[in-house]
Write a protein that binds this ligand. Structure first.
Ligand SMILES: [Zn+2]
Length: 62
């Protein structure tokens, strides 16, 4: 189990790095804020498309 100290973007609390069948994610111990980590795109994706996907804007949480 990995703890990322004061890394929560919402409350600056500690993030618990974990993973489930959907992939890796971080969850804040203090406020419960959870977000998925980027994973590798499918291997069939063209390099240009993979780069676009990696650089896509991340939607802001309300
Ligand atoms: Zn938090």
């Amino acid at each position: 189990m990995t703890i990322l100290l004061r890394a929560c973007p919402r409350c600056a609390g500690d993030l618990h790095a974990a993973a489930d069948i959907y992939g890796p994610y971080n969850k804040c111990v203090q406020c419960g804020y959870t977000y998925d980590l980027p994973t590798r795109p499918p291997v069939a994706l063209a390099p240009e498309a993979a780069e676009q996907l990696a650089n896509r804007p991340v939607p802001k949480a309300a």
